[in-house]
Design a protein around this ligand. Structure first.
Ligand code: DLL
Length: 432
């Protein structure tokens, strides 16, 4: 199923032509209208005529989160506020917030792109979609909402939180698709279990999850616990919000909406393209955004292209699920560790619950990583030997996956805080 088949399955040569035309146009627009880009182009002695092929994108400057902060609030807007119909903001866990804006036309495109992602996951106008992303300045709630309405589905704008009520509504309104972060989906699954509700009695079929990194093991856990088909979707507020890329029902990578976004995967140190299929930083140029165009935005997200064509028939390139962010990557004892690697190991060990924390400290100039993981209550009552065996198994598997030793602590079920939005599982106490 496709939302816009002629676009999603377009010939790659036609796509190249379209992307080039759109790239030339956006470069012209920002050069004329956004002082930030105008002065960058002048500094570089950049000539618009120089964009003759898609490879010429490499002549363009990058844009970073810091540039957005420095231009707070409206410095990077390419249209007068009169034409802006919506503002969103990314709160950001560190530093100043950033503001992004949309024209009427941007909202229309955004809705179509989200409708594509929903359709690719199997959702149709017949579905009842419960949107448990926060509504507000975060792009998740409204972004998915408009896309789901555009699709013609029945939308429940419940927002995040109040999990028991989420479940009540899910039962009463016969929700067929759940939309939230994967962390919140797990939280909902646990509460469902505590309430003694069998998911088989619900109408749920699909889960569309995104906004944070998650692992294949976590997908499996959610699918099993909720009896659904979970798909991954990706986006970021700086570039639009959700709708940048999403999985089709093959569940093997996310199709990037390439007619609206030009993507590069670059080595974050050299800023040169990586070899096809190698991991690097995703850099995105918006091709159609009017209010807030972005040239070569450095997302900090790490992924790789999946070169093989997808059996679904879409011709848009796929990206591998996001492995982590350059700024999420922990360097423990000199070794690069992504939280999702730890998650994959923990979720595959019998006896553990899918809730964990990673605590990194520095003691006597040495890094120390402690992994706290919840285990089933029965294991805590009297089985010291079993606990020791479990710790041993987890430690061995983690050390073979990560190449470093870590401390493993088992904690009782439900002792670690649960999440309603994006999960925060890493506590780095090192002062570097
Ligand atoms: O999280 C937009 C979004 C909302 C995407 C709902 C999907 C669903 P921000 O709050 O600006 O926007 O955060 C963007 O979240 O750079 C990634 O690091 C991370 N992220 C988003 N989707 C995924 C995903 C929204 N599917 C940042 N997998 C991005 C991994 C993701 N990380």
């Amino acid at each position: 199923m496709y939302w816009e088949k002629e676009k999603e399955c377009m010939d790659r040569n036609d796509l190249d032509t379209l992307q080039l035309e759109r790239l030339q146009s956006v470069v012209n627009r920002v050069g004329n209208r956004v002082p930030f880009y105008r002065s960058k182009f002048t500094e570089m002695n950049f000539d618009y005529e120089k964009i003759n092929s898609l490879d010429d994108i490499r002549k363009l400057p990058f844009t970073t989160k810091q540039d957005l902060r420095d231009s707070y609030p409206y410095g990077l807007f390419a249209v007068p506020l009169r034409e802006v119909v919506r503002l969103h903001s990314s709160s950001g866990t560190t530093g100043q917030a950033t503001v992004v804006g949309y024209t009427q036309n941007d909202i229309k495109n955004w809705s179509d792109l989200v409708a594509r992602v929903l359709t690719a996951a199997g959702v149709t106008a017949d579905d009842v979609i419960q949107i448990a992303f926060g509504y507000g300045l975060f792009t998740g709630g409204f972004g998915l909402h408009y896309g789901a309405e555009r699709l013609g589905a029945s939308v429940i704008p419940i927002s995040a939180g109040n999990t028991k009520r989420q479940i009540q509504i899910m039962q009463d309104f016969k929700t067929t698709a759940l939309v939230c972060t994967p962390s919140y989906a797990l939280n909902i699954a646990d509460v469902l279990f505590d309430m003694g509700i069998n998911p088989a009695g619900l109408s749920l079929k699909f889960g569309l999850f995104g906004a944070e990194p998650w692992s294949e093991a976590m997908r499996h856990e959610i699918n099993t616990k909720l009896g659904i088909k979970a798909t991954d979707n990706y986006g970021l507020s700086e570039v639009m919000g959700p709708g940048v890329a999403g999985e089709c029902s093959e569940c093997k990578g996310l199709h990037i909406n390439e007619d609206h976004f030009f993507v590069e995967i670059l080595d974050p140190d050299t800023l040169e393209p990586v070899q096809e299929g190698e991991v690097g930083e995703l850099v995105i140029t918006t091709l159609t955004k009017e209010a807030f165009p972005m040239i070569r935005y450095r997302t900090r997200d790490l992924t790789k292209f999946i070169p093989e064509p997808c059996p679904c028939g879409r011709t848009f390139k796929r990206m591998h699920r996001v492995l982590g962010r350059t700024d999420d990557m922990l360097i423990i004892k000199g070794v690069n560790v992504f939280p999702t690697q730890i998650e994959s190991v923990l979720f595959n060990v019998d006896g553990t619950e899918p809730h964990y924390r990673i605590i990194v400290e520095r003691e006597n100039h040495q890094d120390k990583a402690t992994i706290m993981v919840e285990v089933k209550e029965s294991l805590f009552s009297d089985q010291m030997r079993k606990q020791r065996e479990l710790i041993d198994t987890i430690r061995k598997q983690l050390s073979s996956e990560l190449g470093i030793g870590v401390i493993v602590k088992l904690v009782e079920e439900k002792t670690l805080e649960r999440f309603e939005g994006k999960g925060q599982r890493v506590i780095d106490k090192r002062e570097l």
